[in-house]
Design a protein around this ligand. Structure first.
Ligand SMILES: [Zn+2]
Length: 200
C-alpha cells in the first residue's frame, strides 16, 4: 500500500489567498527556554493551505465543516491531470464523469498556479452530480468568476477541497482520506489529505 501526502505544509510564509494573512505559530512553552515541554499556539484562517469549503462558506444556514458527511471526504477518488492546460478549466477538458464521484484536479504549469474552473464548468459538475471536487489551486474559481463558481458548487452541496499539493501524483484512481479540523459551525477547515494506492 502506498500513501501519498497531498497536503501543503503550514508555515508563516506559505501561499495564501490574496489579502488573507499567513498563519502565526508562537511558542508558548519551550525546552530551549528551560520549560519541560514544547507547546505552541497557532493562529490561522479557516481557509489556510489545504482546506475544505463546506456550504456555510457562502450559503447562509448551510452545513458547517463539522456537519459534512464523511463520505464526501473519504472514499474512492479520481485524479485528473490537467497540467498541460494553461487557462481556466472548461467542461470539455474534464471528460465524462459519473454522479457521486470524488474528482481531484491537478492543474497549472507552475506550483503557484493550479486548476481553476469557469462558472460553466462548475455548473457542468453540478449537473452530473459529482460529490466532491478538489484542486491544487488555492481557490477553485477563476478570479473573475470566483463567487459564482463557489456559489454554484456549494449551493448544490458539492464539497470543495482547495490547496491540494499534487506535484508528484499521477492521474488515476486512488482512495482519498481528507480530514478537516472539526470546528463547530466552521466556514472552512484546514485538512490533512492523503491518497492511498492499494497496489504499486
Ligand atoms: Zn476555501
Amino acid at each position: 500500500m502506498k500513501v501519498i501526502d497531498i497536503s501543503r505544509t503550514i508555515h508563516p510564509d506559505m501561499e495564501m489567498y490574496p489579502g488573507d494573512t499567513g498563519p502565526q505559530i508562537t511558542k508558548v512553552s519551550g525546552l530551549d527556554g528551560g520549560d519541560s515541554y514544547n507547546i505552541s499556539r497557532i493562529t490561522l484562517g479557516t481557509h489556510t493551505g489545504t482546506h475544505v469549503d463546506p456550504p456555510l462558506h457562502l450559503i447562509r444556514g448551510g452545513a458547517g465543516i463539522d456537519r459534512l458527511p464523511m463520505n464526501t471526504l473519504v472514499g474512492n477518488a479520481r485524479v485528473l491531470d490537467l497540467s498541460s492546460i494553461n487557462r481556466p478549466i472548461e467542461a470539455g477538458d474534464i471528460g465524462p464523469l459519473e454522479a457521486g464521484e470524488i474528482i481531484l484536479l491537478k492543474g497549472g504549469r507552475s506550483a503557484s498556479c493550479g486548476a481553476y474552473l469557469t462558472a460553466a464548468c462548475a455548473r457542468y459538475l453540478v449537473d452530473i452530480g459529482i460529490k466532491t471536487i478538489g484542486t491544487n489551486a488555492i481557490s477553485i474559481g477563476t478570479l473573475d468568476e470566483e463567487y459564482e463558481v463557489h456559489h454554484t458548487l456549494l449551493n448544490a452541496g458539492v464539497v470543495v477541497i482547495e490547496g491540494l499539493k499534487m506535484t508528484d501524483v499521477e492521474a488515476g484512481d486512488y482512495f482519498l482520506v481528507c480530514l478537516p479540523l472539526k470546528i463547530a459551525n466552521g466556514d472552512g477547515g484546514p485538512a490533512r489529505a492523503v491518497l492511498i494506492k492499494e497496489k504499486e
